[in-house]
Design a protein around this ligand. Sequence first.
Ligand code: AMP
Ligand code: TRP
Length: 349
Amino acid sequence: MSEMGERAGMTGGAAARVFSGVKPTGHLTLGNYLGAVRRWVAVDQHQADALFCVVDLHALTVDHDPARVRRLSRQAATLLLAAGLDPELCTVFVQSHVDEHTRLAYLMECTASVGEMRRMVQFKEKAAREETAGVRLSLLTYPALMAADILAYGTDEVPVGEDQAQHVELTRDLAMRFNRRYGPVFVVPRATQPPVAARVMDLQDPRSKMGKGTVVRDGGAGVIHLLDEPDVVRRKVMRAVTDAGADVVYDREARPGVANLLDVLAACRGEVDPAGLAAEYGSYGALKRDVAEAVVELLRPVRERHAELAADPGYVDKVLRAGAGRARDRARPRVDAAYEAVGLLPAGV
Ligand code: AMP
Ligand code: TRP
């Protein structure tokens, strides 16, 4: 049985194939790091054949500046390497360098329904915010492209933050529907999430996710970036909105600001029980000081390594070129098989 057929049937005991991605819509945040990238480095890249992608096509679904997307794409790739992704262990590449993603996205659009796209929370939220030029059609169809990203590689596991769980669930539905209609082409993937800090909240608005886009809208005082200087990190943490009441308790509903700080501290310390940490603190001030120092120390090596790598863009380009080649080789047979399965005449080359 071919590698593809075997994996589509999920037989055999091979290690999980991992795929995940990050959008170059802004500077990477502490949320990206704690929710996703840190585990890609610590765990996922050590699995067989993990792929990590700067999903630049997804950055075009909202109003964008071409030069900025280009700059942020290189920066995101550089940061993934700075955070510790090792091109000897895994494949790091840029989505638009591998045509298989858009080839397969079309078949996913032919598998999904308009209703299921409209139900996506991220679509509803972003569509509500786009005032100027109108909502791009690609914002609606974005989850079909994301499903293609994942399914093209026979992915078993998709390590993401909590906000992406719904998109991965949709990807599973599309894979199963396609397989039922046309035969077993795709592996049905599942999302994996970190035990703590799967949803880091904005420090100024702890009921909203800490997101790259917030910076443009609200100045970004509640968003910590991976490249923020230590003093900037300290200032943002010390000014974080806390809750009424002075005692430190873990309650995500009633005390979201303090719960968020406890989540971040637990994640930085590699612990999984933020509620247990609350007992160590008698005041918000002491908690904030410890959070600030923990985040500064967490990000220090990433920032330092980024500075080294950014001085050698030729190296990053070389990694991305090799990564795209490897990714293309992995994706093409399965995307070809999907084209054939839906009834398209093989090109016969
Ligand atoms: P994005 O910034 O939307 O491209 O997200 C890249 C990865 O980071 C995805 O796996 C997201 O789920 C994750 N992520 C983004 N923001 C957060 C956050 N505030 N907390 C936890 N994970 C996040
Ligand atoms: N939609 C994801 C986000 O906003 C980014 C993404 C695109 C992705 N394609 C993916 C994540 C495939 C995991 C797998 O964060």
